[in-house]
Design a protein around this ligand. Structure first.
Ligand code: NAD
Length: 341
């Protein structure tokens, strides 16, 4: 399928920003959407948009589309996907070939204290995206699910048809809800949907609430870093460029079955102990981390490990090893010109 015009929601976010860049490099026309919420430092979100050629003053305006000054194939609109009035009008006026839906309230820990934000953005907002795609006959909807849907899965590595019936956080429950909702729209309306179960993404322009940035900030400021489950945690850390390649491969492969629903793991396939991730950061920064071991936190899982063979069969490769990825992340972090704490 040849796509021309793609909507990327969550475009001011970490993964959305990188996905927009990749799609533009591939010659596609991209419209980015984000409400620029204040879950973490908004200056980082505006800086990402500036990198894409949209000035902060323009990005701040609600509902107005701003064309990038560096690439006329990119425009940005500030909009809330929960908005049941504006969003349908926007979908009807734009006629997207595909939608890559990455806007969501992210973060497992925050969902313990702010569950309503997750239902609003991730369930209500997602329903509005599904409706927009159905009404405007979008050819392919891809959306961010998460490795967190696997919960405390004991089968390793985690494969797409493993049981995902027992989420252990509200965040994970909303991601699982997305997969169920997508399934019903594929079944009822033949909307091609692709769920992307991302595994712990890291890299330049990353999220300040996630371990890589928290650890790097603490190491730089000589503060203690907190390692939960006494460091006995492993994550399938995946470099952001590989994630974007995975999104691109999945974009080219909508399910063509009668009920066009599918999900893919998008990961690295090589889990890393948190203590080893810290060691890689120490090597890249040349500094020693002060580590504080703490008990397991409620809602967290001890490990994630992606079986990536399903997406690999379509051409996906995870190319970036941990040392290389951490080096690139640290190089960006050290030139970061804004306060992201
Ligand atoms: P992010 O928080 O950096 O980006 C999400 C963006 O969505 C933010 O810029 C936010 O302002 C926007 N947003 C939130 N609610 C919105 C709403 N109601 N209307 C419009 N915009 C809204 O997060 P990210 O790390 O880039 O994650 C992107 C997606 O991937 C999310 O769906 C997340 O749950 C999922 N995911 C991320 C990871 C990871 O490791 N980063 C892992 C698994 C899944």
């Amino acid at each position: 399928m040849q796509y021309k015009k793609i909507l990327v929601t969550g475009a001011a976010g970490f993964i959305g920003f990188h996905v927009c860049k990749l799609l533009l490099e591939r010659g596609l026309s991209v419209v980015g959407l984000d409400n620029i919420n204040s879950y973490y430092a908004v200056q980082l979100k505006y800086a990402r948009l500036e990198e894409l050629g949209v000035a902060r003053d323009d990005a701040q305006q609600w509902g107005r589309q701003s064309i990038s000054t560096v690439n006329s194939s990119f425009s940005f609109v500030r909009m809330n996907i929960e908005d049941r009035e504006q969003l349908p009008v926007f979908f009807a006026s734009e006629k997207f070939d595909a939608v890559i839906h990455l806007a969501a309230q992210a973060g497992v820990r925050h969902s313990m204290t702010h569950p309503e934000a997750y239902v609003d953005s991730n369930v209500v907002g997602f329903l509005n995206i599904l409706e927009g795609c159905r009404k405007e006959r979008v050819a392919h909807l891809l959306y961010a699910s998460s490795s967190s849907v696997y919960g405390e899965n004991s089968k390793i590595p985690f494969a797409e048809d493993d049981c995902v019936d027992y989420p252990v956080s509200v965040y994970a429950a909303t991601k699982k809800a997305n997969e169920l909702m997508a399934h019903s729209y594929s079944h009822l309306f033949q909307l091609p949907t692709t769920g992307l179960r991302f595994f712990t993404v890291y890299g330049p322009w990353g999220r300040p609430d996630m371990a890589p940035m928290l650890f790097a900030s603490a190491i730089a400021a000589e503060r203690e870093i907190k390692l939960f489950n006494h460091g006995e945690m492993s994550r399938d850390f995946t470099y952001v460029d590989d994630i974007c390649q995975g999104v691109y491969v999945a974009l080219q492969h909508p399910n063509r079955a009668e009920k066009p629903y599918q999900v893919f793991n998008v990961g690295n396939g090589k889990p890393v102990q948190l203590t080893d991730f810290v060691a890689a950061l120490e090597r890249a920064t040349g500094k020693t981390a002060r580590q504080k071991m703490l008990p397991m936190q409620l809602g967290e899982v001890p490990r994630t490990w992606a079986d990536i063979s399903k997406l690999q069969a379509l051409g996906y490769e995870s190319k970036t090893n941990l040392q290389e990825g951490v080096k690139k992340f640290v190089a960006w972090f050290q030139t970061c010109r804004f306060d992201i704490t």
